[in-house]
Design a protein around this ligand. Structure first.
Ligand code: XIL
Length: 371
């Protein structure tokens, strides 16, 4: 008997140890029977997500399922991932995300069919052919993806970041309009009306998909030319009958980003009558400066929380209900953020921490969504 007891004690001690070794995968505060972002929001709230984390990390998966009703494909539908060689497609990551979304009633926003950054992919960079060959390749890229996900992906970022900060079309590498690396191989090879044709091709492939133009820095008061260029393009597309349904403003902002610029961007975008998506939200306490010694002080946490609250409130104040496509944060927990993994800054930009606990930023966001 005593031996059995000892054995049991040993086993439970072992289990307890094991448990402690796995904190990263367990949400510290499982939000059971409490308010969640999606339960209080009057429009969709989402996160850009990664299929490996959604599959392998229970904290990540639980948080997405509990808090959100929309997802964006962060990387898996980008050309470099889904179409790594001219005649080679890799649909697995996006298929996985769609299966996850379908199993959990999540809306899927696809990101992104065309982006200047894809010219860094060797097969695109080295693609040879006349303008008809370029056009066929461009159309095939768009339509292969949109056709495959017809009825599964509700909306697409069709073109991402086509303008320079000066409000010119990204074009060439010799200063005509946006210098390298700010040029776009698509504009150079396909001509300046390539954006309109991208929308037409996507629409042909799935007439029910909602088609978005997506851009960054629109809240930056110093570069309002870019915001104006986007609004002009949308209005021109509308008058030409080009099928465009929405506009995404990425909103990768610093915690000190002036409120007026954020509101101005949302109001101007809403004035087009299109759906407006805050499409890639994160709020950098570093204010976009790399400082490895940065400390996430209570003051900074509070400031960030207030900014999350402000974003939710100004979105509601600036965008009429029928045009609110929603707010999407760019990933889930701080450790998953591209600001750490890709930009390599010391920062804490998201509403959840490394263990998927709700941060002060979360509380501000929740409050803003509720008010
Ligand atoms: C980023 C991803 O988050 C990173 O994982 C990836 O390595 C690079 O791209 N604007 C966009 C997104 O439109 O596609 C970018 O995503 C972030 C900036």
């Amino acid at each position: 008997m005593k031996r059995n007891l000892l054995f049991l004690l040993f086993i439970s001690a072992f289990c307890a140890c094991k448990k402690e070794k796995e904190p990263v995968t367990q949400p510290v505060q499982p939000p059971v029977n409490t308010e969640t972002l999606k339960s209080v929001a009057t429009f969709p709230v989402g996160a850009a997500i990664d299929p490996n984390l959604a599959t392998n990390n229970i904290g990540y998966r639980t948080t997405v399922k509990t808090e959100y009703n929309s997802i964006t494909t962060e990387n898996t539908a980008k050309l470099n991932w889904i179409h790594p060689q001219q005649n080679n497609w890799n649909f697995s990551g996006t298929d996985q995300l769609i299966a996850f979304a379908q199993a959990n009633s999540l809306r899927v926003h696809g990101h992104t069919l065309i982006w200047h950054a894809f010219e860094e992919v060797d097969w695109v960079k080295n693609f040879t052919g006349d303008s008809a060959a370029w056009e066929a390749m461009f159309k095939n890229h768009i339509q292969t993806i949109v056709t495959r996900y017809k009825g599964k992906v509700k909306s697409w970022d069709v073109v991402n970041e086509a303008f320079t900060d000066e409000g010119k079309l990204r074009l060439d590498q010799s200063g005509n309009a946006g210098q390298s690396p700010n040029g776009s191989i698509w504009a150079r090879k396909l001509g300046s009306d390539y954006i309109a044709r991208a929308f037409q091709y996507a629409h042909e492939a799935d007439p029910d998909a909602l088609l978005f133009y997506n851009e960054y820095g629109l809240e930056n008061q110093g570069i309002e030319a870019k915001l104006n260029a986007v609004v002009n393009m949308i209005n021109t597309f509308k008058s030409r009958g080009i099928p465009i349904h929405g506009v995404g403003t990425q909103t990768h902002i610093g915690v000190s980003a002036p409120d007026a610029g954020i509101t101005n961007a949302l109001q101007k975008l809403a004035s087009t009558g299109l759906l407006v998506h805050i499409s890639e939200l994160d709020i950098l306490v570093s204010d976009w400066t790399n400082n490895p010694n940065l400390v996430y002080t209570p003051q900074l946490q509070e400031k960030q929380s207030n900014k999350y609250q402000f974003i939710a409130q100004t979105y509601k104040a600036s965008v009429p209900p029928a045009q609110r496509y929603g707010i999407t944060t760019w990933n889930v927990g701080d450790a998953d953020s591209w600001i750490r993994t890709y930009i390599k800054f010391t920062d804490w930009p998201l509403p959840f921490d490394e263990r998927y606990s709700r941060k002060n930023a979360y509380q501000g966001y929740l409050k803003g969504l509720k008010l």
